[in-house]
Design a protein around this ligand. Sequence first.
Ligand SMILES: Nc1ncnc2c1ncn2[C@@H]1O[C@H](COP(=O)(O)OP(=O)(O)OP(=O)(O)O)[C@@H](O)[C@H]1O
Ligand SMILES: CC(C)(CO)[C@@H](O)C(=O)[O-]
Ligand code: BAL
Length: 308
Amino acid sequence: MSVPEVLRDKDLMRSWSRSRRCNGQTIALVPTMGFLHEGHLSLIRTAKSLADLIIVSIYVNPSQFSPSEDLSTYPSDISGDLRKLSAAGVNAVFCPAELYHSASGNELGGHREAINGERVVASCLEDVGSGHETWIRVERLEKGMCGTSRPVFFRGVATVVAKLFNIVEPDVAVFGKKDYQQWRVICRMVRDLDFDVKVIGSDIIRDFDGLAMSSRNVHLSPTQREKALSINRSLSKAKLAAEKGQKNCQDLKDLVKQTISEAGGKIDYVEIMEQQGLRPVEEISCPVVICVAAWFGNVRLIDNLEID
Ligand SMILES: Nc1ncnc2c1ncn2[C@@H]1O[C@H](COP(=O)(O)OP(=O)(O)OP(=O)(O)O)[C@@H](O)[C@H]1O
Ligand SMILES: CC(C)(CO)[C@@H](O)C(=O)[O-]
Ligand code: BAL
């Protein structure tokens, strides 16, 4: 077990990376928001098969949360994460305190301020008069599904991932297919803006009972967790129905919605999209992905299943 180098400063991160690339070593980046689980570790294993050195970034990006979302309660355990990353054989961990410039020109987004000892969070950067004003929009792919319920999400993700690519300068970057739309948005950004980075989508890792692993699962009560198993159950049912010949997407979506609602989940969306461009499909005649987001109490979970 070797302890990875922990870098908090973007210039140091860039020179760490550049010096290794100058020596001919290839670098894979695995961007995360921390509170690591087996899903993240599987991305690291994928990354290790693709590059000489692995960098994991841990940064809870404020600009992808709107003010009503869960930035302030996003789980964190940096010492646990560092232990897992050491065991996983990662070479460096990039965990900047802040990545955005403030209006004063300092590198402080100002999204977390202690007022009267309480942690107050303004999650959308403009709300606090940040100096940051450059955003990447992946105009069609960012719309619909998670883009509807999380209006600043993909703008924030695309922008922070572009920043990470510019700082780390990786050869390869690995993302989870659990966040399917996010993965496709990043692939499109890389293609459209000519980033010299190969983007890889890595398969969803599920817990023993089928629940897709997610940092937010920690907020589920045992009863909510039990109910949340309906997501994977509903996706498997729909896939089986499709394989048996049910090609009508409305019927398949209704099956998914009914299974989750009956278990006590509140549907955010259920969509069936073609895999590459995420355009909605009415009859299955090409590889599709069924994408779901649903609430269990205050926890919003996403999941999906590809039908090839
Ligand atoms: N179960 C999983 N299988 C595969 N990849 C995953 C899984 N969970 C997360 N990832 C991937 O890990 C990367 C970092 O994700 P993040 O740190 O937001 O974790 P998360 O578990 O997705 O958290 P959240 O609770 O926000 O959904 C993303 O590319 C994401 O798709
Ligand atoms: C890609 C990412 C690290 C950007 O903040 C985040 O959205 C995530 O963890 O999936
Ligand atoms: N894994 C996606 C990060 C988010 O939900 O904000």
